[in-house]
Design a protein around this ligand. Structure first.
Ligand code: GTP
Ligand code: SPV
Ligand code: MN
Length: 598
């Protein structure tokens, strides 16, 4: 299989520790995938969907306690506590390894241990990185095959001396002989650990089988570990979509967007513009790795190969391209099942049938059921190559040159529809103060509350938040101003007094993309306000839009009193940075305060 000594000895070590019944090295073939699916169906953990309606599609249901990332049980275990910073949970690595080794000891009894070599980014591409995930979850293998590039071809590139990030995962449910194996084995909350030994670039995950807790190439590697590598090596690993936008004149630009979990990245990445003549294509929907090219511009690659997208709210109206992706070869998790073996979820765009099986596997009746039929964080796992608007550049070896970075979250008030930063540092300031309502993408009793989520990286930063901002500021010094992407704060989620979204969002967001595009070319107008450059109502293309001018004016207004309060709140928030608050950010806050009272 491989002659990589480091890999062989690590696999041996884990085999001894976890004591699986069997070992399976994943080759990544269709045969392997199909036989794993067949086995999952036979065991009753995968439900085949209607082959006429959804060929190659399967439904999995998780344990009701294991439905999203668990931030409270996610750890950055650097040698020095100060390296993890105030926003991360920290445990001393020696202590954490001791605790987790006890849990891992014999944890794969009665199970097969899968070894999954995977590449983040196209196999063999200069910007790609290799990981190897060891897991006892067939669900993880099946999903990793869609989300990353896996198998023998990765081992070939790794060679005998190649470097990889070891990613150990167990569902944390050993089986004694004859013991019943539940549909979705997992460990209780207090035994779950999603751990990152950042100094040695090592991931240990225990006790959860869901999404980012278990598909370790994604948040654990491509964001938390990669953010540390990026800091050390002068690049960026960000929680961003990447899109290509083409004007009616045929001019293309690439834009990234940092939005917190379940705040619209997948939707923006594949939107269908409502303005005539404009085209949007997808490069990535969740993670961007960005580096400087020889020309001094920032280039982004999408390290993933699939989309792990939020199902609820996805419809042929809101996101037809995602709906087309999930017509075949897709894994659904925690959505509802119809009587004819199709899927259904809240916001799919048509009424629920009278009867469904809900995400917990129970009968659900439209007439009487009060709970959602699909879990709010139910997801689809689907190959990016199936996206009808996937850009041919999505696998470009050197990435795509970025002209603008959008940032934003769910803010019911205060933050306008779009706001252009005055400079790179001002844009980094806007990123540092980003806030958003907490969504169902994490297990929390605070869902719906606004929290600061700088650059949408709060749960994904592998090191100290202050150093993270110094890194952003340093990036801005590495090239000339005209080559840096411009930074725009957007907010699709302003609400009216009745609690309804004012802005229709989805495809209508193309109007904002157009304004950004034209600003970069120096063609669209803006007014300077204390918080940034905002569009004049006339500079936005609002033709055919069903929103009143007064509502538009409202979401483009800057309420100074609210902003004075916001600035105070930012000042309080900045205290958590302690002595690591970059002076540039403190200065930006001072300047904002001054502009607000001018
Ligand atoms: P993660 O995969 O968790 O990182 O989420 P994401 O940022 O990719 O979010 P996604 O695009 O999946 O959207 C999450 C939810 O927000 C879905 O229910 C969408 O329907 C909804 N949503 C997305 N874009 C918009 C928008 O422009 N306006 C409104 N009102 N809702 C949106
Ligand atoms: C997110 O929460 O930002 C996701 C889903 O993209 S997960 O892979 O579970 O992290
Ligand atoms: Mn995400």
């Amino acid at each position: 299989m491989t002659d990589n000594k480091k890999l062989i000895s690590w696999v041996n070590e884990i085999q001894e520790l976890c004591q699986p019944d069997n070992i399976h090295w994943c080759d990544g073939s269709d045969l392997e995938y199909n036989s794993m699916i067949t086995a999952a169906v036979e065991k009753g953990i995968a439900i085949p969907l209607n082959p006429e309606k959804r060929p190659g599609c399967y439904l999995f249901r998780s344990h009701p306690s294991d439905v999203a990332r668990v931030e409270k049980r996610t750890f950055i275990s650097s040698k020095n506590k100060s390296d993890a910073g105030p926003t991360n949970n920290w445990i001393d690595p020696t202590e954490l390894k001791k605790t987790m080794s006890t849990l891992y000891s014999g944890c794969m009894h009665g199970r097969t241990m899968y070894v999954i070599p995977f590449s983040m980014g196209p196999v063999g591409s200069p910007l790609s990185k290799i990981g190897v995930e060891i897991t006892d979850s067939p669900y993880v293998v099946i999903n990793m095959r869609i989300m990353t590039r896996i198998g023998t071809k990765v081992l070939d590139v790794l060679g005998s001396e190649g470097e990889f990030v070891p990613c150990l995962h167990s569902v944390g449910y050993p089986l004694s002989p004859g013991q019943f194996d539940p549909e979705w084995p997992c460990a209780p909350m207090e035994q779950k650990y999603i751990s990152h030994f950042t100094d040695e670039r090592l991931i240990w995950s225990y006790g959860s089988g869901y999404g980012g807790n278990a598909l370790l190439g994604k948040k654990c590697f491509a964001l938390r570990i990669a953010s540390v590598q990026a800091r050390d090596e002068g690049w960026m690993a960000e929680h961003m979509l990447i899109l290509k936008i083409t004007s009616p004149e045929g001019v293309s630009k690439y834009i990234t967007g940092a939005f917190p979990s379940a705040c619209g990245k997948t939707n923006l990445a594949m939107l269908v513009p409502t303005i005539p003549g404009w085209k949007v294509e997808t490069v990535g929907d969740d993670i961007a790795w960005m580096r400087f090219g020889k020309d001094g511009r920032l280039y982004a690659i999408n390290p993933e190969a699939g989309f792990f997208g939020v199902a609820p709210g996805t419809s042929y109206q809101s996101n037809p391209n995602a709906m087309a992706c999930v017509e075949k070869n897709t894994i659904f998790t925690n959505v509802a099942l119809t009587d004819d073996d199709d899927v259904w979820w809240e916001g799919i765009g048509y009424e629920a049938p009278d009867h469904l099986i809900d995400w917990k596997g129970n009968d659900w009746y439209k007439a009487t059921s009060t709970e959602p039929a699909a879990h709010p964080n139910s997801r689809f796992t689907t190959p990016a190559s199936q996206c009808p608007v996937i850009s041919p550049d999505w696998i470009a070896e050197d990435g795509v040159p970025i002209s603008a970075i959008l940032i934003g979250g769910r803010r019911p008030s205060t933050i306008p529809l779009v706001n252009e930063s005055f400079s790179w540092n001002h844009g980094v300031f806007l990123g540092s103060i980003m806030g958003s309502e907490i969504t169902a993408a994490t297990i929390s009793d605070q869902i719906g509350k606004v929290r600061r989520d700088p650059f949408a990286m709060l749960p994904f930063m592998g090191y100290h938040i202050g150093d993270y901002f110094s890194h952003w500021l340093d990036i801005g010094k590495k090239t000339s101003v005209d080559k840096l992407p411009r930074i725009y704060n957007v907010n699709w989620f302003r609400k009216n007094p009745e609690g309804k979204f004012i802005w229709p969002g989805y495809g209508e967001n193309s109007r904002i993309l157009k304004w950004v595009f034209e600003r970069i070319d120096g063609k669209a107008e803006a007014i300077k306000t204390p918080i940034g450059n905002l569009p004049t109502v006339d500079s936005l293309d609002l033709g055919g839009l069903n929103v009143s001018k007064s509502e538009i004016a409202d979401i483009l207004s800057v309420d100074k009193d609210k902003w004075i309060k916001e600035a105070e709140d930012i000042g309080n928030y900045y205290q958590i940075f302690e002595d690591k608050l970059p002076i540039e950010l403190a200065n930006e806050l001072d300047s904002l305060k001054k502009r607000l009272v001018e």
